[in-house]
Design a protein around this ligand. Sequence first.
Ligand code: RIB
Length: 294
Amino acid sequence: MRFLTYGSTNIDLIFTVDHILAAGETLQSTSLTKSAGGKGANQSTALAKAGAAVFHAGKIGSDGLFLLDLLQSWGVDTRYVRTYDGATGQALIQVDRTGQNAIILYGGGNKAITVDEIEETLASFGEGDMLVLQNEIVHTDTLIRRAKERGMQVCMNIAPFDPSVFDLSLSMLDIIVVNEIEAAALGRVAQKSAYEEILEQLVAAYPGAQILLTVGAGGSYYGFGNERHHQPIIEAEVVDTTAAGDTFIGYYLASIGRGLEPKEAMYWATKAASITVSRSGAMASIPYASEVFG
Ligand code: RIB
């Protein structure tokens, strides 16, 4: 199976802070690191490091050319990343002393992707290929519809969630990945509902899609038809949770691409994510297959 991630490619500015900033507060950070990220590019990195054949598509400015070198160094095919006369997407990330984060995004190239570029890219893909999406770029609905017309499978991580997600052709998706906050919003249930209840709501609302619900320390849940699985977390020292979800998705999909069942794929995805949270940064923190599969 070939994977095409059409997604965000960001320059991450990571500020290490004692706690996440409150309104009106000014805080000194103990470190500042410029690194490579973007949910889309992180997904591509995880897929490639897991050993899958992956193409990354998106748009960057000249300030982001180093991101291409990095993606290529991990085996990602970047021929569908366009450059333009503007800024690369940026993420201002606060990481607190417990490893939790808060992120502000600037779209840049991610929001300058055109329908023509999408059509041109998708022309090289079809049946047997999977499109991987998140919610950080424009024309996502066009991507879903055109990919399905071409016989591709489509996996979307509904992150970050915003109400415009309901305008997307979500019922056409084959795999939906959400965390507990996104899931509650998508399933229109209270955030404090039991995870199993949120999962059931999503399975009922999107019967054509396999649902993967990731809930931090609560592990991950899978639902499709009558099939249900729960994978607990694998304990690790938490340094920085950035890109843990992206790692989970990349390793899950790469495992499915190798013919593993969802339950096994969840285990390997969880193991990979447990390594990611023990390191700082986004793309750079994602482990190689040898670290995960041994
Ligand atoms: O999921 C983590 C990513 O979210 C970061 O790398 C940042 O760029 C944002 O897209």
